[in-house]
Design a protein around this ligand. Structure first.
Ligand SMILES: Nc1nc2c(ncn2[C@@H]2O[C@H](COP(=O)(O)OP(=O)(O)O)[C@@H](O)[C@H]2O)c(=O)[nH]1
Ligand SMILES: [Mg+2]
Length: 203
């Protein structure tokens, strides 16, 4: 996989507007402002394919990118943004839950957590939820350039410990969209899951 040919496909306002489930799909989920869009740009070697922002909560759509003509990278709206009205937030949450459970070509969910802070209760709930529904997922700690090497190791160890306590095995890694740290490792993980052999399309 080259991660070289990438194009924006669509911003889906709900799962009814997602493209046909005809390619393997990998999605990014995490709190608003955690660095999802920046990571997509870093993975795809593009400066501004996914729009990044200092204003949290801007992405309210499911953004689709097609990569190497062979798989979709999906940028989900950030969860837990308090300034969105409650009813709207709950509607979105139901929509995203449905997407995460029902999307049959979704091969991997990448939960992104800011490496600088302990996982928030929302982050922890989401991890539990993924484990409970037995979804294929991994945890990526973002913005690793913002802390030192020792702190990086202890953040990774803390997340690994909570994963172990859930009695599950999922890949955990640290990355930086800024310096490129861990990006190759993340590409390898995605390559493993976006390969054709993993596609489970309904016939
Ligand atoms: N230092 C640093 N800043 C980052 C990194 N990734 C994202 N940011 C910054 O964090 C903010 C939110 O990033 P964005 O990608 O829009 O987050 P999203 O809301 O999860 O899509 C922006 O100001 C980015 O420049 C990173 O790896 N290192
Ligand atoms: Mg974004």
């Amino acid at each position: 996989m080259h991660f070289s040919e990438a194009r924006f496909i669509t911003s889906a306002p709900d799962i009814g507007h997602c493209p046909a489930a005809d390619l393997p799909e990998i999605c990014f989920a995490g709190r608003s402002n955690v660095g999802k869009s920046s990571l997509i740009n870093a993975l795809l070697n593009r400066n501004n394919l996914a729009r990044t922002s200092n204003v949290p909560g801007k992405t309210r759509e499911i953004n689709y990118y097609e990569v190497d003509r062979s798989w979709y990278l999906v940028d989900l709206p950030g969860y837990g943004y308090a300034k969105v009205p409650k009813a709207e937030r709950e509607r979105w949450q139901r929509e995203i839950d449905r997407y995460l459970i029902e999307r049959e070509n979704l091969n991997l969910i990448i939960q992104i957590i800011d490496i600088r802070h302990d996982p928030t209760p929302l982050d922890v709930d989401f991890t539990y939820w993924l484990a409970e529904y037995e979804r294929p997922f991994s945890i990526v700690l973002s913005k690793s350039d913002k802390i030192g090497v020792n702190q990086r190791a202890s953040s990774l160890a803390a997340v690994q410990k909570s994963i172990d306590e859930m009695n599950i095995e999922v890949p955990v890694m640290a990355v930086s969209a800024e310096t490129g740290h861990g990006i190759d490792e993340l590409r390898e993980l995605i390559t493993d899951f976006a390969g054709d052999k993993y596609i489970k399309l309904k016939s």
